[in-house]
Design a binder for this molecule. Structure first.
Ligand code: BGP
Length: 468
């Protein structure tokens, strides 16, 4: 391929973060508790090195410095999320003006610096009160989510054009109800998983409607993690296993939001097992009335599915030690196996830029012309500060290879409008704590001071040139 690879005019060069992972100040200015704060408090042993989201990166106090750094990095876009419990400490009722004015200041500063915000309404930090009453399984949660969406659009819609309703509903449901790794920490509760997925998808549809009602010009999308799922071998059984896994993890969500229907093969499977929630056709109807203005795609790695799945077992490498293997197996359905020819991060995530190309082309082929954003992509590393920086050539290679894939997809006709790197700075990596570093900016855990890694300078030059 010829270099440099030029991107279309107006291409977004951004970074992504989420509120819980960077803000800190979890008890300040009236913020309420989220299910993740409660999980950390009640089950500290479930987090690598007992990490908590307090103070995270202390972005709540250092936001001005962080916006200045984003400008120095040449970003023209920034994906962030609003903390629902900061705006509505008890879930609903009156808006908490102190918490809400934090985002007023942040959006004003971003626009002033020429950085367009892309705002996610829900990046997993459900108000703890709703967690206690059944989370997304309780039909009231999605109604409250729609009220929260209305409030956000009313308050910030004059400054924010790009809105994403949910972050990765499939991953949050899977971990909340099947692997038990995220709140509400239920294991193998497939019926609960499908009820929660239904609540999230209804919430998405209602929030889309709210956004369009409040602000005619808002562009509303959703962020999905759609890992390509390949059969482990060419056998018919493995092909069937890959299709099943794709149905469960990808198509259940993507067909719902893109086409307003649920895949019939999965409906048949779930009906047979007695898991299909009532009212699913009503949800599909709501979704048909909520077409997407864009789709956000998060991509980290592909899966390889085998039909040889005698047991159910789940394990995620949270330590970054090579000997700790990831496991994902649902008895009788499918098991994810390691690609013997693959390259992996320290946490066992396969590095495969072609997966991003495949994913973008898949959406392009089924929905030509739909604006797409890569809303997350990045590599977690174990890193040390040396001489005031981090020599993260591996990250530069990772980003360059994935941007190559994006460029190939654009050349083949996909309407990819931007790329948001995960992440702007090292942050609270959920159950992995702080050892897994994703940022362009290194955050010193003692002083919380930010340092530009070598990748930060590389990304700045690419953003300025609109090319790699
Ligand atoms: C995505 C989440 C992000 C981010 C990223 C990296 O699924 O949307 O919030 O954390 O994964 O994952 P992790 O931090 O678990 O390595």
């Amino acid at each position: 391929m010829e270099r440099p690879l030029k991107f279309p005019a107006g291409f977004v060069w951004g970074c992504a973060t989420s509120a819980l992972q960077i803000e800190g100040a979890t008890r300040e200015d009236g913020r309420g508790e989220s299910v993740w704060d409660a999980f950390c408090r009640d089950r500290p042993e479930r987090f690598f090195e007992r990490a908590t989201p307090e103070p995270a990166c202390d972005h709540y106090h250092r936001w001005a410095e962080d916006v200045a750094l984003m400008a120095e990095l040449g970003l023209n876009g920034y994906r962030l999320s609003i903390s629902w419990p900061r705006l509505f400490p008890r879930g609903g009722g009156r808006i908490n003006d102190k918490g809400a004015s934090f985002y007023d200041r942040l959006f004003d500063a971003l626009l002033e610096a020429g950085i367009e915000p892309n705002v996610t309404l829900y990046h997993w930090d459900l108000p703890a009160k709703f967690g206690r009453w059944g989370g997304w399984e309780n039909p009231d949660t999605c109604k409250r989510f729609a009220e929260y969406a209305h409030a956000c659009l009313r308050r910030y819609g004059d400054r924010v054009r790009l809105w994403s309703t949910l972050n990765e509903p499939s991953w949050s449901v899977l971990n909340g109800y099947v692997t038990g790794l995220h709140p509400p920490c239920k294991s193998e509760d497939f019926a609960g998983a499908l009820r929660a997925a239904d609540g999230l998808l209804r919430g998405h549809a209602l929030a889309c409607a709210a956004a369009h009602e409040e602000r005619g010009k808002a562009a509303v999308g959703i962020v999905l993690n759609m890992s390509p799922i390949r059969p482990a071998t060419g056998s018919t059984a493995d092909e069937r296993a890959a299709r099943l896994a794709d149905g469960m993890l990808n198509r259940w969500f993507s067909e719902a939001v893109l086409d307003g229907r649920f895949p019939s093969d999965m409906k048949a499977l779930y009906t047979g097992d007695g898991f299909l929630p009532k009212g699913i056709e009503e949800t599909a109807k709501l979704l048909r009335r909520a077409p997407l203005d864009f789709l956000g795609v998060n991509y980290y790695y592909p899966h390889h599915a085998s039909a040889n799945a005698p047991h159910t077992s789940f394990h995620l490498n949270t330590s970054g030690r090579a000997e700790e293997d990831c496991e994902f197996s649902i008895a009788g359905l499918f098991r994810f196996v390691k690609n013997k020819r693959g390259r992996f991060t320290a946490w066992g995530w396969e590095i495969d830029p072609d997966g991003l190309f495949d994913l973008l082309m898949r959406v392009h082929q089924s929905h030509p012309g739909l604006p797409l954003y890569v809303t997350e992509n990045g590599i977690g590393r174990i890193e040390k500060l040396e001489g005031g920086t981090v020599d993260d050539g591996e990250r530069i290679d990772f980003i360059r290879a994935h941007l190559d894939a994006v460029h190939r997809a654009i050349s083949a006709g996909a309407a990819v409008r931007g790329y948001y790197l995960w992440s702007l700075m090292d942050n609270f990596s959920w159950i992995n704590g702080y050892k897994k570093r994703y940022g362009l900016l290194f955050v010193d855990r003692k002083t919380l001071k930010r340092y530009k890694k070598r990748s930060a300078f590389w990304f700045r030059d690419a953003a300025r040139a609109n090319a790699v």
